[in-house]
Design a protein around this ligand. Structure first.
Ligand code: ATP
Ligand code: MG
Length: 186
């Protein structure tokens, strides 16, 4: 392997928030509604914040790119597990063009782009191949469901070990919708 996954302490919530703040701008520029929700504790974990950002960024930027109108919804959830482990589950859902059954079978292939995209939207077809590889290198899993004309939802789960001394993770209230979302009304 030419890349490796670091095991350094970082905050799952701060990393999630960073990517969400960057991608919200892309969504708003396209006049899409952008909804965000994060549930659970905000632990410090051992892992690779930069790689997690790449995973999130790829999925959210695809959702924005392949959605002409409607909503992109991003959720994050931390489930504390026995013996200082946390399972991070996040979903990226859009109301975009969807993915045909034929394209679904090839979606994670390098350089694969589904039919309309190939000619109309620029890209390389590498985002999902890289994303899947990175998720697997974390010992995690990624899946999706999609309906042509309805939209697509990606679900990703990554297990983390808590960073030492962060067993007293703080509970914070649910973030339902970001204040910037107000710009979208009317
Ligand atoms: P890039 O390398 O810049 O990410 P890309 O977006 O074309 O290029 P992938 O991210 O790997 O490549 O996605 C592969 C193909 O899967 C896309 O070209 C598109 O056809 C389809 N796709 C991915 N995400 C979605 C989505 N949320 N909705 C509809 N189609 C999608
Ligand atoms: Mg992409």
């Amino acid at each position: 392997e030419y890349i490796s996954i670091l095991r350094e302490p970082f905050s799952l919530y701060d990393t999630f928030e960073d990517v969400v703040n960057t991608t919200r701008i892309l969504a708003i520029q396209k006049n899409l509604e952008f909804k965000v929700n994060f549930e659970g504790t905000h632990p410090e974990v051992k892992g690779d914040a930069f790689r997690l950002k790449q995973i999130l960024l790829n999925l959210i930027s695809n959702a924005v790119k392949y959605t002409a109108n409607g909503t992109v919804t991003v959720t994050g959830k931390v489930d504390m597990q026995q013996e200082h482990h946390a399972l991070f589950t996040f979903t990226v859902k859009d109301t975009g063009e969807g993915i045909s059954k034929e394209a679904q079978a090839n979606l994670f292939e390098r350089f694969y782009q589904a039919a309309p995209t190939r000619t109309t939207i620029k890209g390389t077809g590498l985002g999902l191949a890289i994303t899947k590889k990175l998720v697997e290198m974390h010992g995690g899993s990624i899946g999706f469901s999609s309906e042509v004309g309805q939209g697509t939802e990606f679900v990703c789960q990554i297990p983390y070990e808590l960073a030492t001394g962060s067993s007293h993770a703080v509970m914070t209230p649910l973030e339902t919708e970001h204040p910037l979302g107000a710009f979208m009304e009317g």
